[in-house]
Design a protein around this ligand. Sequence first.
Ligand SMILES: C[S@@+](CC[C@H](N)C(=O)[O-])C[C@H]1O[C@@H](n2cnc3c(N)ncnc32)[C@H](O)[C@@H]1O
Length: 286
Amino acid sequence: MISISDQHGLIMRIPNLVKWAGGKTSSLKSIVKAVPKMFNNYYEPFFGGGALFWALKVENKIKHAVISDVNKDLVNLLLAVRDRPNELSYELDKYRDASGADAYYKIRKRFNETRTKELLDTERAAMFLYLNRNGYNGLWRTNAAGEYNVPYGGYKRFYLANDNDIRFYASLLKDTTIMNATYEMPLRNAKKGDFVFLDPPYFRDKDSNFVQYNAHMFREEDHRNLKKITEDLTSREVKVMITNRYCAEVSSIFGSFRMAVFKNRKPINRIGTARSGFNEVVITNF
Ligand SMILES: C[S@@+](CC[C@H](N)C(=O)[O-])C[C@H]1O[C@@H](n2cnc3c(N)ncnc32)[C@H](O)[C@@H]1O
């Protein structure tokens, strides 16, 4: 949920655009505290639900941003919101009454039948948003054939972004560069004074059962690679902030940077219980 006040000081609450497994809404307060006061361009290459980006954007803290994700369907949605908000709302209207499991599985089937289509497809963007909101827990999971196979979430309240929500998000995405890429690519252009926020899939060990976002798992060597990239960005005087689960391995990989540990009360799959939560860390090079 994003809260903004209008010109009369009235608070409006806009539901998050997508529900995203590993999304940072629940730990936003601790993360926002670590954001540098001043920076030039903003980079977020593990965008997902983009909780920090939206929060900084409504506060007018971001001038130009480059946001990206490896998930092609998520990026297709973001492009549709930014470039074709009216068309997207029109497509979403087709699903306003599509509540319940039968409707969900029918739309999921149609989504999978059209999966070979390239980016810039508004119809698929609308289906993606519908499935994200009504599928289980904001998960993105595909089978070996690349078909989206998340089961119906069974939520009591049916929600689908309305025209105003889409226009609100479209206005926030204006002047934002959106890319479908792995994280290394956009970071090549980051320059002195820019700020990079890295929120990768969290470190996974034998005791944790983290979400697999796509066909490729994010492994220990990927976290080590992120550390190398952070060192390179540091030498180019780019400010970097990374979030991760706090554990011995993460502490050892990123040990040369500043770390602030905080407790997240929300359990993520099986790493934390509802009572204990789990420890998260914000790693910075500034
Ligand atoms: C923890 S989620 C980000 C959550 C986000 N910060 C939020 O608030 O919703 C991690 C994201 O990284 C993306 N991802 C995974 N591997 C990637 C890679 N190699 N390059 C770029 N993005 C990747 C996933 O698709 C997922 O959206």
